[in-house]
Design a protein around this ligand. Structure first.
Ligand code: NAD
Length: 317
């Protein structure tokens, strides 16, 4: 990408803040739109001194205006962790529907390329493994996770309609579980929860018998894949995730090793509709974007643990 103006919705969140940082590092101008529903200004505080960075408090479910030309809209605003979307079901559906509509309207007005942050959750509790992009998924629309899964499925449909009916240059990225610095220790996702518990010497709470699998990708790899898709002319959907699959129990054991903790493992109830398996088929990303994850799990985990050690976890929500 040559130097351009990029709007990142949800830019004060976990993934969004890494995107803003990386784009500024590559010489782009970045406008971050966020209402701080699940993110916080502190995530981008270190970028505020850069004159190429603008942080604007804005709710995507309201009308949004960005002055001047825009080349790319990265639409990442949405609660994303189960704890957040179960607590904020209506906001999650609204930002997926009305928020995506406004973000697409912005891209249309500016003649900008548009990238929707979709999710592996559109595959639901998958009956095809690993999941290729042409798998339609197995989602319960009225289950507790439906608010997130269906919001993203609707957002994909809306994005596709804007491409066909309005000629907007759109792309859809289906992001699989990503981990790294700036995850919230209490956001309910397995890796930050395990790290927080390990560092506190508390038991690691593993859902069910821990045999369900996850494939986790370091945030630097995920950001690289997203930006490669943005720079390509491809509409997607493209899976971005790490096919390196392991059981949740194994992840917990690796976190105990990485934190040097004496924590034990405590088995707790599985959440309703918790997917049994999850692994991206990344053949399309390799073929179209020459992308595959480069960061080894143990290295990525130990760097993430090091970041968590530096935080005052008692002050975090
Ligand atoms: P996050 O909660 O850290 O970030 C989301 C950001 O969106 C927050 O800063 C929040 O304040 C903002 N936001 C929410 N509603 C908004 C609204 N109405 N207006 C403006 N801003 C709003 O979550 P994340 O993990 O960084 O996820 C970012 C995006 O990536 C989400 O769309 C999510 O669905 C997608 N995604 C993330 C993962 C992952 O592993 N982290 C996996 C798949 C998809």
């Amino acid at each position: 990408m040559t130097s351009s103006h990029v709007v990142v919705t949800g830019g004060a969140g976990f993934l969004g803040s890494h995107l803003c940082e990386r784009l500024l590092g590559e010489g782009h101008r970045v406008t971050c739109l966020d209402n701080f529903l699940t993110g916080k200004p502190e995530n981008v505080a270190h970028l505020l001194e850069d004159p190429a960075f603008t942080l604007t408090r804005a709710d995507l479910t309201e009308f949004v205006h960005v002055p001047g030309p825009v080349d790319l809209v990265l639409h990442f605003a949405s609660p994303a962790s189960p704890i957040d979307y179960l607590r904020l079901p209506i906001q999650t559906l609204k930002v997926g529907a009305i928020g995506t509509w406004h973000a697409l309207g912005l891209a249309k007005e500016k003649g900008a390329r548009f990238v929707l942050a979709s999710t592996s959750e559109v595959y639901g509790d998958p009956q095809v493994h690993p999941q290729p992009e042409d798998y339609w998924g197995h989602v319960n629309p009225i289950g507790p996770r439906g608010v997130y899964d269906e919001s993203k499925r609707y957002a994909e449909a809306l994005t596709t309609a804007y491409r066909g009916a309005e000629g907007v240059d759109t792309a859809i990225v289906r992001i699989f579980n990503t981990y790294g610095p700036r995850m919230r220790p209490n956001d309910g996702r397995a890796i930050p929860t395990f790290i927080r518990q390990g560092l506190a010497g508390e038991p690691l709470t593993v859902a069910g018998d821990g045999s369900q699998t996850r494939s986790v990708c370091h945030v630097d790899d995920t950001v690289d894949g997203i930006l490669r898709l943005a720079a390509s002319g491809h509409p997607g959907p493209v899976n971005i995730g790490n096919p390196d699959e392991r059981s949740v129990l194994r992840i917990a054991q690796d976190v105990i090793a990485a934190t040097g903790s004496r924590s034990t493992i405590e088995f707790v109830d599985r959440p309703v509709d918790d997917p049994g398996v999850r692994r991206p088929d990344t053949a399309l990303a390799e073929e179209l974007l020459s992308w595959k994850p480069a960061i080894d799990w143990r290295e990525g985990l130990s760097a993430t643990v090091a970041w968590f050690r530096e935080q005052d976890l008692s002050q975090e929500d």
